[in-house]
Design a binder for this molecule. Structure first.
Ligand SMILES: CC(C)(COP(=O)(O)OP(=O)(O)OC[C@H]1O[C@@H](n2cnc3c(N)ncnc32)[C@H](O)[C@@H]1OP(=O)(O)O)[C@@H](O)C(=O)NCCC(=O)NCCS
Length: 220
């Protein structure tokens, strides 16, 4: 029911957005829809918790954090430049890339916060990606929070939840040949290297890993 209401609202917004309107009016409408979606998502998607970390679905409120994270040197070097240069760009990225997948599948990109002081330190997510049949896990941290075990702690929790509660049969991971930290983390999480691949519109050859849900393996 809720998603029907949201779809109707979304269509109304798209139709109205075609009319000549000021940018501010459009922004107010976007925020209204995002808040409705957020409420819907919050009812549907769990927050996750580990010994040191809180994982929350990424919302439009995190645009300033996404702007900072996605412009971190190692993010640009190893993942790529997503061309997010302003809060507006970051909001659009969250609206277009993260929220639709959360609505469709019930999982996506999670903000990672330290339990101790609620400091926002990074993100971990399971993504539907063009060119990959199996949804992949991805992570990134602000520079000062790399190498402290947060990658393993957050990704392990998300993978366990994906297998035990979200019903995923397999999870993949991709990384570049140069990204040794990421390769180590992926292997520590139990994924197995299978092959090199290229994604659409990307010339780089990437390393491809997979892990199968143990419950799925036992059924075979
Ligand atoms: C890759 C990344 C997510 C790893 O997260 P992390 O929190 O630093 O990783 P962890 O501290 O949990 O470490 C997990 C394992 O990775 C290895 N590792 C971590 N950092 C490493 C480094 N700089 N060099 C070599 N190995 C490293 C260690 O073997 C570690 O296992 P150990 O603790 O048993 O020794 C993080 O470095 C990062 O944000 N990098 C920039 C963005 C990025 O490249 N994301 C991945 C895209 S595919």
């Amino acid at each position: 029911m809720m998603s029907y209401t949201l779809d109707k609202e979304y269509i109304r917004w798209i139709l109205e957005a075609k009319k000549p309107e000021t940018r501010e009016n459009r922004k107010v409408k976007i925020i209204e829809i995002i808040l409705a979606r957020k409420k819907n998502l919050m009812e549907k998607i769990k927050r996750l918790e580990t010994e040191r970390l809180l994982l929350e679905p990424m919302t439009i409120n995190e645009a300033p954090f996404i702007l900072e994270l996605y412009n971190s040197p190692n993010f640009i070097k190893f993942i790529g430049d997503r061309n997010i240069k302003s809060i507006d760009d970051a909001e659009n990225y969250i609206i277009n890339k993260f929220l639709p997948q959360f609505e469709r599948l019930g999982y996506g990109n999670f903000l990672i916060k330290l339990k101790a002081d609620e400091k926002k330190i990074g993100s971990v997510g399971i993504f539907e990606r063009e060119g990959l049949e199996v949804h992949d896990i991805g992570f990134s941290f602000l520079p000062e929070f790399e190498g402290k075990g947060y990658g393993f702690e957050s990704a392990k929790k998300l993978m366990e939840t994906a297998f035990s509660e979200l019903g995923l049969k397999k999870i993949s991971a991709i990384t570049s040949k140069e990204n040794v930290a990421s390769q180590k983390l992926i292997e520590k999480l139990g994924l197995n290297y299978l092959k090199t691949i290229k994604l659409p519109d990307d010339d780089d050859e990437l390393l491809y890993y997979e892990i199968e849900n143990i419950a799925n393996l036992l059924q075979k």
